[in-house]
Ligand binder design. Structure first.
Ligand SMILES: C[S@@+](CC[C@H](N)C(=O)[O-])C[C@H]1O[C@@H](n2cnc3c(N)ncnc32)[C@H](O)[C@@H]1O
Length: 338
């Protein structure tokens, strides 16, 4: 039980951070190896590694590369403009990391499923385990698109686009993955946090496939699903969500990074962690299309309770267990499976 909870709520670089294949900024033609070699040759590299290691960063060398790279860039999340160039900028970034701020919030991005997603201070950082939900959501959306005819026709006015909502979207990792793989989808993202919604819209726009004249994405500030426009009622083909699902009783298992730098409203879901999962299941009945699907990430030890709640509402349930055997994607559908 303890291990399961610790892993479910873990946020550290150990589990979620990886170096991107290449820099997003001016060094677009340099390979990752070139960038690493150049940064590691910087005279400030050894001291930065030592400072991070002393502060308890397990992957101090990787983090030092990322912070040195970020210090050389112009726009770093939450930073004041650099007065004395990258020297002062580096000191500032390292100090934030030593104080425990998540690396992703400091540098302003997270590598998620090969995408470089924008993150802002104070916004929930997507966890790598959510790739499973992203993959399932993209697959189900593709099935909807295929069942309606060729992708080329979709959106032309003759074939309705698949309509997808990432509820509790944070910075929109699931919606971005769908945008990247099913460009004909009409994507909606919703969250109680307006700043998160802005990040999610920007991320989806960035990952909508090249060739689309503009991404089909709409952001909504929501309380669970309250606040969605009426025209979506019974019209959403796929709702995907990672609601806050940590039980309040698990607070002692959360790392300081999460407790100090992510809003508690993004983490906790009541005594058993399922308060918002139950609300989402109940409210989804008003918004799902008749053949629609609701996909929810939650913990393995919460599946039985959530499934019971859903089947009482005549939803059919299938659960998909992640490789680490702790995270589950619960797939719920009204009526019969296709
Ligand atoms: C666990 S995070 C998941 C974010 C994102 N889906 C991801 O995987 O990175 C939960 C999100 O739910 C949002 N949230 C919390 N309570 C909410 C509510 N009542 N209605 C809508 N969003 C809410 C938080 O702001 C946070 O962004």
């Amino acid at each position: 039980m303890a291990r399961s909870l610790r892993d479910r709520v873990s946020t550290g670089i150990v589990t979620r951070f990886s170096l991107p294949p290449e820099s997003r900024h001016s060094r677009g033609f340099d390979s990752r190896d070139d960038i690493n070699s150049r940064v590691q040759a910087d005279s400030r590299f050894p001291q930065t590694v030592a400072t991070l290691r002393a502060a308890g960063c397990v992957f101090a060398e990787d983090e030092a590369v990322i912070l040195l790279e970020a210090a050389a860039e112009h726009d770093v999340a939450g930073s004041a403009p650099a007065v004395g160039g990258s020297e002062q900028r580096l000191d500032e970034l390292v100090a934030r990391r030593v104080a425990g701020e998540p690396l992703e919030q400091i540098v302003g991005w997270v590598d998620f499923a090969g995408m470089r997603l924008q993150v802002r201070p104070g916004v929930f950082v997507p966890r790598q385990r959510t790739r499973m939900l992203a993959e399932h959501t993209a697959t189900v959306t593709k099935q909807v698109a295929d069942s309606r005819g060729s992708g080329a026709e979709s959106g032309s006015g003759t074939v309705p686009r698949p309509v997808v909502l990432e509820a509790f979207c944070g910075v929109g990792p699931v919606a971005s993955a769908v945008a990247a793989s099913v460009p004909e989808a009409a994507i909606h993202v919703g969250d109680a946090d307006e700043q998160a919604v802005r990040c999610a819209v920007a991320n989806v726009e960035a990952y909508a496939r090249a060739g689309e004249s503009s991404a089909n994405v709409t952001g909504h500030v929501l309380d669970c699903l309250h606040g969605l426009p009426d025209e979506l009622r019974h019209g959403i083909d796929v709702i995907a969500a990672v609601p806050p699902y940590v039980p309040v009783t698990a607070v002692d298992f959360l790392p300081r990074e999460a407790l100090d730098f992510e809003p508690s409203t993004a983490l906790f879901g009541g005594v058993d962690g399922l308060d918002l999962v139950r609300r989402l299941i109940a409210e989804s009945l008003d918004w799902l299309a008749p053949e629609g699907a609701l996909l929810i990430e939650l913990g393995q030890d919460q599946v039985a309770e959530a499934t019971g709640f859903a089947t009482e509402r005549e939803l059919e349930a299938q659960s998909h267990l992640g490789e680490e055997e702790q995270t589950v994607v619960l797939e719920l559908r009204p009526g019969h499976w296709n």
